[in-house]
Structures are given as C-alpha cells and as structure tokens.
Design a protein around this ligand. Structure first.
Ligand code: ADP
Length: 530
C-alpha cells in the first residue's frame, strides 16, 4: 500500500466508530482522551502563535497550496484527531520546486564555504532556540514520547551544526605531476539539485542529515517529507528562511508520493536522490534514477541482531537491548529486530529483560513518564499482529504482552516472545514495532551465522565483556554499524549507513559530505610558457 493510501486508510480507521471507544476505557494511571486533546490543542495553539505550524508547501521561498487546492489530513496518532490539512501536491508543484532549486543553485554554490557555514549555523541556532516547539510538533504528528522528540531535535539539529563546521573543510587535492610542466589538481564541487525523500519515524533528523551536508557542499534541495509527518519538515523549513537561507535553496513538497518521486527521477536538473525509507521504494528509486544516471544514496530497512553472549554484563545487556529495541516504539531501521541470546544466560536474560520491559509505560507521548507511544497507523499494528501470530503458530511463546494495548487506537503492548526460530517472520523481516523476539544460540560461530543470515545489513549490537570477542564479532558481522555494550549509537559525527540491501552511501560525519560532492580533476599543462 502506498504511503498516501495508507495515510487515508489510517485516517478513516482512526475515525471509525470502534476507535472512539478509546475514551471509554482509559487505563487508571493514564490520562483520558479529553485531557490528551486539551494538551494537544494547547500545543497546536502555541505552535500557531510561534508561526511554526505551517500548512503549505515551500517553493521558491513562498508558502503555496497545491495548484488544484487538494489537501490531505495530518493526524495525531495518539488520538486520531486532525491537526491540520496540508496540500496534496504532485508533478506540477514538484517541477516548480525543482526549477526554483535549480535557479538558486547558481548563486548558492558560488558563495564561499564560510558564508554557507554562517547560514547553517544560524539555522542550527534557531532549531535549538525552538527545541521545545519542534519537540512538541514531533510528538503531535508522530506520537513518540516528548523526551524522545526533544532528543531528536538535539540529534537532528546536530547535523546542521556539524555541516556548518564541515563546510569549511571540503578540501581538494594536489597530485604530484607525472610530467615536469604539468600540475594536477582535484576540485570538489557540489553535485547540484538534490531530491531528499524522507520517512515518518524521525520527522526532523532524517531531513537535517540530508539537507545539512547538501547545503554545506553548495547543493540546493527539494524535500519530500512523509505525508504522515510533514509538519516538522515545514517548521524546519520556516526556520531556514528565518536564518536567511535564500529562497529556492530549501523547497518542500508533499502529497502524492509516487508522482513527486517520478517528477524528481525524470528531471535532468535533479542530480541526486537521497532517500530513507522502505527497501521496496528504495529499489524503485534506484531503478528510476538510471534513466538520467543520477547519484543515489539509500538508507533502507534493517534486520538488526542484538547478540547477548554468556559473558555479558546482564544489567548492561538488558538496558542496551531495551534501548535498541523499544526506542520510538520499535519503529526505527536500527531497532534490534532479533535478540540472539546464548544458552548459558538465556533464562536469566529472558527474566530480567521481560521484567524491565514490563515497566515501560505506554501512553500519549505528552504524558510525563511515558516510554512508549502509539504506532504510526493501523497498518503498522496489523503488521505486528501478523508477525506475532506467525511466531505463535510456529511454536514461539509469548513471555510478555503480545496484543493491542487496552488504550486502543494504535497502542500495542511492549512484547517479549521467547523461543523464536530463524524461519519465523519475526526473524526474517523487520517487525517495526515493540516486539522483542528472543532466539537462543549455542556458539559464537552460530551467532554470527544467524546474525548474517539476512539480506539486510544496517545495525548490529553485541553484548560481551571480552575485548577479543568484541573485535572478532564486529569484524565478522556484515553490517554498517556495530554497537558493543551500547544500544543507541547514532550520532552526527559518525558514519551511518548499511551494507547489502540496507542501502548505499553514508550519512553524518566527514564521510557523509562526499555524497553531495563531485570530484573534478584539472590538469594544468604547458607550465613553462608565460
Ligand atoms: P514507510 O513504510 O516507512 O512509510 P516508505 O518507503 O513507503 O516507507 O516511505 C518513505 C518515504 O518514501 C515517504 O516520504 C513516502 O511518501 C515516500 N514514497 C513512497 N512511495 C514512493 C514512490 N513511489 N516514490 C517516491 N517516494 C515514495
């Protein structure tokens, strides 16, 4: 199902009579629907006052509607309430945005690195100054607990800060010449207009880690955020204007994902597509980019193993596995998808882990103490349900949870499933929800074999107190990122990206800059003449 269809489907589902029963059976310790709505309403009013609740696309520095005035609704996944309508744009608006980015490229790419750096720094300062507003907006449209949203703002803004700093370090090279009257230079130049397509699970950070380096290198961008969470993208774009970034450098369109994607792919002016999302859409974009031989960076799905060895520190492993699994209700591509536990520690780990998971409070992201919000939509819950059903039918055992939460809507109980086998869906595919499958193993070799037995290769986690083992296993894992005794490892200063079908290219760090740069070799000959 396309994201647009899913959004509409979700919206209909959210407003269906059955979902209204939400207010009739709140948990004793959790606020009622009415209280939640009040909180959300207050947030909306505050955001309107601050000018950050934008409901139009941004093209050439102007806030615009769809040419045919069509709109889509953006809903709060915790309550089903409509936050605002945004334009349902398509090919026409995307082509306008591309033209605007193409025109702005000429002057933006000619600025000095220091000038671009200053704009980015100003943007970073504004993102941080509006941390509270942006955090609330993320919780409102995406559902994650406010504490996590505020963390995302710091993390996401960090990519802009890092890019502001790194802009000044895009060095070329001088190569020793092979002939005495020649000089050989390497210049690094911006690739041009970039199409940035992003998902709903990190409404800010997935954008900043593309747009920061793109702008730092001298590129201009057309952003297409997820239709489920476009509001944070629009607020960030508003702040880019306030930072003085010239009109046309940052454009935002949203609506019909396939039409927008096709327009970006077809344009000869767009020289690069950078995408974070599902493997299926990533493959389509990669194929579509071949028509105009565009550069492509892809951050696709994962199937992260979290390997707990007998020699692990139990507390560290439990804490790390919970962070790796249940962050954002399990809805990240680096979330632990399979918890592989060595036989000697299996029982102890399963008990301690289940006990800790049981303490995770589920509820509206605005409620103090909540550790897990709703899933993004009904389709996400149905996927989780089908994976759990498949595991149970093949002999796995529910140790905790295993069903929808009594809060209703798209809330799902934090779940632990024991005795999972590699042929079950929970092992083969990304569940993208709050379900931790435990798979027992005997030896280090078996753990590595199980961990690598997938087409994905994004993140992996290892818990062990042996330095030698941590090196051996890290080297053997076919993954782009490895966390040792740590469940959350992403940072703007380190390279993020996958191997195998988890993607191409890296984001963040000095390596992430290369994705937006062309290398030009210049040979200066005939040096001896005047
Ligand atoms: P998810 O299942 O996480 O929503 P998707 O890959 O469907 O992952 O969505 C990630 C981003 O890709 C979203 O912005 C979505 O609108 C966009 N998208 C979906 N289908 C297409 C498409 N055919 N062309 C371009 N972008 C698309």
């Amino acid at each position: 199902m396309s994201t647009l269809m899913r959004a509409t489907h979700t919206f209909t589902k959210l407003l269906s009579p059955s979902s209204r029963s939400f207010s009739l059976r709140p948990s004793a310790s959790l606020p009622t629907r009415h209280q939640m709505s009040t909180e959300a309403e207050n947030v909306i009013a505050r955001l309107k006052n601050s000018g950050l609740l934008r409901s139009q696309g941004l093209i050439a520095g102007k806030w615009v509607d769809a040419h045919d005035r069509k709109t889509i609704k953006v809903c709060n996944p915790a309550t089903g309430e409509v936050i605002v309508d945004v334009p349902c744009m398509g090919q026409k608006e995307t082509n306008d945005a591309i033209s605007s980015a193409y025109e702005a490229f000429y002057s933006w790419s000619k600025l000095t690195a220091t000038e671009r750096s200053k704009f980015l720094r100003k943007w970073y300062d504004l993102l941080i100054a509006h941390k509270e507003d942006l955090g609330q907006l993320i919780t409102l449209e995406q559902g994650k607990p406010l504490k996590e949203s505020l963390g995302e703002v710091s993390y996401g803004a960090g990519f802009i800060e890092f890019s502001a700093e790194e802009a000044k370090r895009i060095y070329g090279d001088i190569i020793p010449a092979t002939l005495p009257d020649r000089r050989l230079f390497v210049l690094k130049q911006p690739v041009g207009v970039v199409g940035a397509i992003t998902p709903w699970n990190f409404p800010l950070a997935m954008i900043t880690r593309k747009v920061g380096p793109a702008l730092a290198c001298g590129c201009t961008v057309v952003i297409k955020p997820s239709e489920l969470t476009p509001l944070t993208a629009l607020a960030a774009a508003e702040l880019s204007l306030q930072a003085g970034i010239p009109p046309g450098v940052v454009n935002v369109v949203m609506g019909n994902a396939a039409d927008i994607g096709d327009a970006l792919l077809a344009s000869t002016q767009v020289r690069k597509i950078t995408f974070t999302g599902s493997t299926a859409v990533g493959k389509k974009l990669m194929a579509g980019a071949s028509g105009t031989v565009k550069r492509v960076s892809l951050e696709l799905g994962g199937n992260a193993p979290c390997i707990v060895f007998d020699d692990a520190d139990l507390d560290v492993a439990v804490k790390g596995a919970i962070a790796a699994k249940f962050r954002n209700s399990g809805q990240t591509c680096v979330c632990a998808n399979r918890v592989l536990v060595q036989e000697g520690i299996y029982e102890k780990f399963a008990n301690a882990f289940s006990k800790a998971v049981q303490n995770l409070q589920v509820g509206d992201g605005f409620t103090e103490g909540v550790a897990q919000g709703p899933l993004i939509n009904e389709a996400a819950v149905q996927k989780v349900e089908s994976f759990v059903k498949d595991a149970i039918s093949k002999g796995a055992k529910v140790l905790l949870g295993g069903k929808r939460h009594s809060l209703g809507m798209t809330f799902y109980e934090p779940t632990v499933i024991g005795g999972v086998k590699s042929e079950m869906l929970l092992s083969r595919e990304e569940v993208f929800g709050p379900v931790a499958p435990l798979l027992p193993f005997k030896t280090e070799e078996e753990a590595i074999r199980l961990a690598n037995d997938t087409n994905a290769g994004l993140a992996a986690y290892v818990f062990t107190n042996s330095i030698q083992r941590s090196w051996r296993v890290s080297e053997a894992l076919e993954y782009g990122l490895v966390g040792i005794n740590e469940g959350i490892i992403s940072t703007e200063v380190a390279p993020f990206g996958g191997v195998k079908q988890s993607g191409l290219g890296r984001e963040g760090s000095k390596y992430g800059m290369d994705e937006y740069l062309e290398i030009k070799y210049v040979c200066l000959g005939n040096m001896n003449s005047n």
